[in-house]
Design a protein around this ligand. Structure first.
Ligand code: 0RA
Length: 646
């Protein structure tokens, strides 16, 4: 190749790299999902993923994360350090290639155990493109190297800046507010919960998180260390902290089947809910897939075989279904797949066929051993399954009533529903309103064209503590099903949620802004999370935010949603301004409720999203379950409404 050609091809490549980076900035959502709160946090996960990969290859055991004062984030690992030698093809350092070439990732390192996929694994160059500034520091072979970038553009070639005994990589990036226009502020808890999850999924790694934005009473930064020696076993104990186990310990296995690393851990508890969490390459697969179906198959097959042989089913008058084996089950399945195929609405459903048999075999072996070695636990599990089958029979009747009512009705909407006139579900909203009186105000205040009102009587049933048939027998809950047009049972799955006839694309929970209201809000959310999770996942569930204050002076009036806003308005109005404190929705008249809480152009709707299904599961079981002490602790830590009534 002539000098000219070499130059030509080099610059062609570098133009391509530039175009790649610019494409990321033009279409960020294609790479990180969205440019809201989620996408912002995704940047951190992307950087950490690289360090985790380095750890999985056995090159690193510590990862430190800092949220810096300016909301930039630093991630430091004690891995091999990103190579800084000149990359033959690109003519720049390998570091620069990793940082500026879309999709370069660790791919040029053939030995690296790189299994990232899904939204993760798009590469740290994407983070670079979406950061106002990024600095990479590499400690390698006794030298410290450094390179900086702005909005993905290299500021200078990687340069040595000193000597070191350390080995590793430090990346500090500040998300670009031009891209993340909604917010560039990191949420400590969101990051902490992901890091905790990662430490359970990758035992032996120590991950720390330090928030340098504020200090505690002692003047120290808030910091936590996440590390797990037992991995998924500990994850299960963490998730089931507030549930009561019915067997001695967590059942678990770890191994390789057909070259696929598989880890499974499970326990049975006294609750009625099924909590399965599945991961592929550390990514939570909400929509399940082949690994999850493999787990289900292995579980059903093995338990059924055992139960049949035990003779305990002999007197049973009805059949046992797959679901019966999973009531009160908490389980985690984690697999590592070299080339994962992700499918489904949110690309979180594993498609690789070969994984199903691998997981099924792994689970069967694990369970067979356990049942054989623990006959008492085995009997307890079978008894629980029989109980579930019995309850399912009772539930089926109640569920069929829900189905019949919605299917046959046509005009059979709940009497309490004030429907809207628009027919296109996409344009329709329904407000679930606490209490009949606030329901009446909302009914007057609404735009009847596209807004429907469903008043709910007092506290709705706590589904966390109720058996399924009680849930389906409950009138308020039945009203929610019928009003929303949600039915149970599809052709493939008799228990699956059927959202085809969903009548409103926005379901808005509207409660008082006080302790009672927030309790009712949580009860309703618990119901949606346990029985209509897909509605949340598809972004249909919202929470209305009524104002807390009305500040008046003469003819001037403004609403405030918190104390700070109230004080600003009072200062603006000056001497003689009067405050009205809204204790509940009932204190507002129809016009006020419309102006502040229902009118699309003025209101704030908070969309309910699930950051981490495992975390949400734990929180709901804690808030709504039987045990009181952890709930009190949680409420004290997170009480947002607690001081409002004082
Ligand atoms: C490719 C090759 C080698 C290290 C890495 C990638 C690497 C990447 C990141 C990203 C964050 N931390 C990292 N640590 C290492 C090293 C190849 C070698 O030394 O032989």
């Amino acid at each position: 190749m002539s000098e000219e050609q070499k130059k030509g091809s080099y610059s062609a490549d570098s133009i391509q790299a530039l175009e790649g980076m610019e494409h990321v900035r033009m279409r960020p959502s294609m790479y990180i999902g969205d440019v809201g709160v989620r996408g912002l946090h995704h940047l951190v996960y992307e950087v950490i993923d690289n360090s985790i990969d380095e750890a999985m290859g056995g090159h690193c055991d510590t990862i430190d994360v800092w949220i810096n004062e300016d909301n930039s984030v630093s991630v430091k690992d004690n891995g091999r350090g990103i190579p800084v030698d000149i990359h033959k093809k690109e003519g720049v350092s390998a570091l620069e290639v990793v940082m500026t070439k879309i999709g370069a990732g660790g791919k040029f390192d053939k030995d690296s155990y790189k299994v990232s996929g899904g939204l993760h694994g798009v590469g740290v160059s994407v983070v670079n493109a979406l950061s106002a500034a990024l600095k990479a520091t590499v400690h390698r072979d006794g030298k410290i190297w450094e390179q900086e970038y702005e909005r993905g553009k290299t500021m200078y070639p990687a340069k040595p800046i000193g000597e070191t005994d350390y080995r590793g990589t430090i990346i500090t990036f500040k998300p670009d507010h031009e891209i993340f226009q909604q917010t560039t502020e990191y949420n400590y808890e969101t990051l902490a919960s992901r890091l905790r999850e990662l430490s359970f999924l990758n035992k032996g790694i120590t991950i720390t998180l330090t928030d340098k934005r504020e200090t505690d009473e002692k003047g120290e930064f808030v910091t936590e260390e996440f590390t797990s020696t037992e991995g998924l076993k500990e994850f299960i104990r963490f998730l089931d902290e507030t549930r009561e186990p019915i067997i001695g310990d967590v059942i678990s296995m770890e191994g390789e089947k057909n070259d696929i690393p598989v880890e499974v851990a499970m326990i049975y508890n006294t609750s009625y809910s099924e909590n399965l969490h599945s991961y592929v390459n550390n990514i939570n697969t909400h929509e399940g897939g082949t690994h999850l179906s493999g787990f289900r198959r292995g579980l059903t097959h093995t338990l059924k075989k055992y139960a049949d042989a035990s003779g305990m089913l002999d007197k049973l008058k009805f059949d046992i279904a797959g679901d019966d084996f999973r009531e009160g089950l908490t389980a985690i399945i984690s697999v590592k797949v070299a080339e994962p195929q992700f499918e489904g609405q949110t690309k979180t459903k594993l498609g690789n066929r070969e994984v199903s048999a691998a997981v099924s075999q792994a689970v069967s072996e694990m369970l067979e051993n356990y049942l054989e070695e623990n006959p008492n636990d085995a009997r307890t599990i079978v008894q629980k399954v029989i109980l579930a089958a019995t309850a399912r029979h009772a539930a089926r009747k109640a569920r069929e009533m829900v189905q019949r009512k919605t299917v046959m009705s046509g005009g059979g909407l709940p009497g309490k529903l004030s429907d809207c006139s628009e027919q296109d579900p996409e344009k329709c909203e329904v407000f679930l309103v606490e209490g009949d009186s606030a329901g009446g105000t909302a009914k007057q205040g609404r735009d009847r064209m596209f807004q429907a009102i469903l008043p709910l009587r007092g506290k709705i049933l706590n589904v966390e503590k109720a058996m399924q048939h009680k849930v389906f027998e409950n009138e308020e809950i039945r009203n929610i099903y019928t009003a929303l047009g949600v039915t149970i049972g599809t052709e493939e799955d008799s228990k699956a949620l059927n959202l085809e006839k969903l009548r409103y694309h926005k379901v808005v929970i509207m409660c008082d802004a006080d302790v009672d209201g927030s309790h009712i809000e949580t009860l309703i959310l618990t119901f949606f999370f346990r029985y209509m999770k897909e509605l949340i996942e598809r972004g249909h569930i919202y929470i209305a935010t009524p104002p807390l204050y009305l500040v008046k002076k003469g003819a001037k009036k403004e609403y405030a949603w918190d104390d700070n806003q109230r004080d600003i308005i009072m200062a603006k109005f000056g001497e003689g301004s009067k405050i009205q404190r809204y204790k509940g929705l009932g204190e507002m008249n129809a016009i006020q409720l419309w102006d502040t809480t229902m009118k699309p152009s003025a209101r704030t709707l908070r969309q309910v999203v699930i950051d981490s299904a495992a975390e949400a599961d734990r929180v709901f079981s804690m808030l709504m379950g039987d045990e009181v002490p952890p709930r009190r602790e949680f409420i004290e830590k997170n009480a947002v409404y607690a001081n409002i009534d004082t």
